[in-house]
Design a protein around this ligand. Sequence first.
Ligand code: RIB
Ligand code: CA
Length: 312
Amino acid sequence: MRYIIDCDPGHDDAVAILLAARALTISGVTTVYGNAPVELTTRNALGFLDMAGLDIPVFRGSGTPLQRSRIDANVHGRSGLDGAQLPASSRQPEITSAIDFIAEQASLPGGVSIIATGPLTNLARALSAYSHIESGIASLSVMGGSAGPGNTTPMAEFNACSDPEALDIVLASAIPMYMVGYDITSRTGFTESQIDCLETSGHRVASFIGKVMRFYRARQLAVTGLDIAPQHDACAVLPYLQPSLATYTDYRAAVELAGSLTTGMVVFDRRPGEMQRSRPSPFAGRRPVKLCTALKNSEVINMILSAIIDYP
Ligand code: RIB
Ligand code: CA
């Protein structure tokens, strides 16, 4: 299976790229606004791939949400990957746009699977522009939403809140889909001592990740109260890497698009079947998504750390 990583690097996006690239065939990285403007997330993707010696093409994607204005993540710094100097890449993004690349890959025999760790604008635009490609997306794994509190509003997580319409288009599609939300990923992160281990490892990539994670953890503590460097996006790689480390439960889902308090909230219908049948939700006709409802946190973090520490 070929994979696309659709991302907004982004500290945790970079770790997700490394984790995925070590084990999966990545046909391309598509970039989107989110943790920083798309010019910077594209620059970060190119620079980090070069640093990791990964010859994976980068396709620049959307600079703005479908309808709304961009919001800031506030925890990744001005560059989107603050904390250490990322050498600029000698490469440029490909001429093909992210949307066209997604369509191309989905049209190939066997199609493509997508790991999405930023706002879902690129995929939503691809599905709208190329209606035939939906069946060519074999599987999708999204970091987004929350089955608990949000990190951007009381009920909305950043990727979902950045482009609620885009995520709802994807949730209304027939694409087989995994989701892992902030309720789970906010508990999965690097401690200060684990960051120390990375930074003092003597390995170039691990040391870089240690430095930027120190910045990221400090910002998280100041902005969200989390005292870890949360690895939100690496959790979206798990279904294709180590599914046994997570528990997934099928729920139908939709995004609140008009709530004065809840816009961007992902609503999962977790009622018992009989209640759903007697009082169907407006999204009862949708296919369920596989929502991560539990994670073996320490095993996941140890797996991520070892993938980084011994990265050549
Ligand atoms: O809410 C967490 C998500 O927002 C992650 O993808 C992180 O990279 C930020 O984009
Ligand atoms: Ca991200």
